[in-house]
Design a protein around this ligand. Structure first.
Ligand SMILES: Nc1nc2c(ncn2[C@@H]2O[C@H](COP(=O)(O)OP(=O)(O)O)[C@@H](O)[C@H]2O)c(=O)[nH]1
Ligand SMILES: Nc1ncnc2c1ncn2[C@@H]1O[C@H](COP(=O)(O)OP(=O)(O)O)[C@@H](O)[C@H]1O
Length: 224
């Protein structure tokens, strides 16, 4: 178990001190993970995005170091060899991975980490840290709407969109491996559900490091 740093411990009331959690969002491409992640991150200071490394080419509008760390194949292979990745997988012929150091530093600070990763990466994280993990699968409201979203995002060629659609059925078959499943019809509604999940998971007793000291102090006070 990772300890919290003094900075975070001092910021929280004793009963609010807790371990950071790892919130995973997965979905078929185009269902809305990126949109939901950006909105959640912009309104909640206690959660930060795990920025993955990838060998995929950058899309228009993406920023290196913000959306992904865009790296070449030798650099990716080196990170795997050095065990610098917490998990990694091949998706659509490109490699993706989660840098370990940033995640460990954020959790040690008692803050939460958001992951936009696929089912393969989720399984690897579950093998390593099931107790710290909260997993959410996002489904589109229909296949027609998924295709519409992939097409109107206008960032991929028709060929790439076709490949992503072909993979969607496969990806969706993994929904039952997740703790929560959200159908992303209306984005405001889905975001509200995601916030509710995060809020409740933060309140879980096993994550609340300060609780026993808090209760013990009250019990001592009551017995006086
Ligand atoms: N296992 C794993 N999957 C990742 C990682 N980063 C991104 N992915 C997944 O790779 C897939 C393709 O991502 P991307 O090329 O950005 O397209 P997107 O589906 O439109 O977000 C998505 O399912 C992501 O969740 C990672 O670090 N590890
Ligand atoms: N609930 C929604 N309703 C309509 N359009 C959406 C919704 N959620 C996301 N979108 C749009 O669908 C496209 C794909 O969303 P994105 O967040 O990039 O998906 P993913 O990261 O899962 O591939 C984007 O153009 C986005 O603006």
């Amino acid at each position: 178990m990772l300890p919290m740093t003094d900075a975070t411990a001092a910021r929280r009331a004793p009963h609010d001190r807790r371990r950071g959690l790892m919130l995973v969002l997965s979905s078929p491409s185009g269902a809305g993970k990126t949109t939901l992640s950006r909105r959640l991150l912009s309104q909640d200071d206690d959660i930060t995005l795990s920025v993955s490394v990838t060998t995929r080419p950058m899309r228009p509008g993406e920023v290196d170091g913000v959306d992904y760390h865009f790296i070449d194949r030798p650099s990716f292979d080196r990170m795997v060899a050095e065990e610098a990745l917490l998990e990694h997988a091949t998706v659509f012929e490109n490699s993706y991975g989660t840098p370990r150091a940033a995640v460990e530093a954020t959790l040690a600070d008692g803050r939460d980490v958001l992951f936009d990763i696929d089912w393969q990466g989720t399984q690897q994280l579950a093998d390593r840290a099931r107790d710290d993990l909260v997993t959410v699968f996002i489904l589109p409201p229909s296949i027609a709407e998924l295709e519409r979203r992939l097409t109107t995002r206008a960032q991929d060629s028709a060929e790439v969109v076709a490949k992503r659609m072909a993979k969607a059925a496969d990806e969706m078959s993994h929904y039952a491996e997740y703790d929560y499943v959200l159908v992303n019809e209306d984005v405001d509604r889905t975001l509200a559900d995601l916030e509710a999940i995060l809020r409740a998971e933060r309140l879980r007793r096993r994550r609340r490091l300060g609780l026993s000291g808090f209760v013990n102090a009250m019990r001592e006070g009551a017995g006086r």
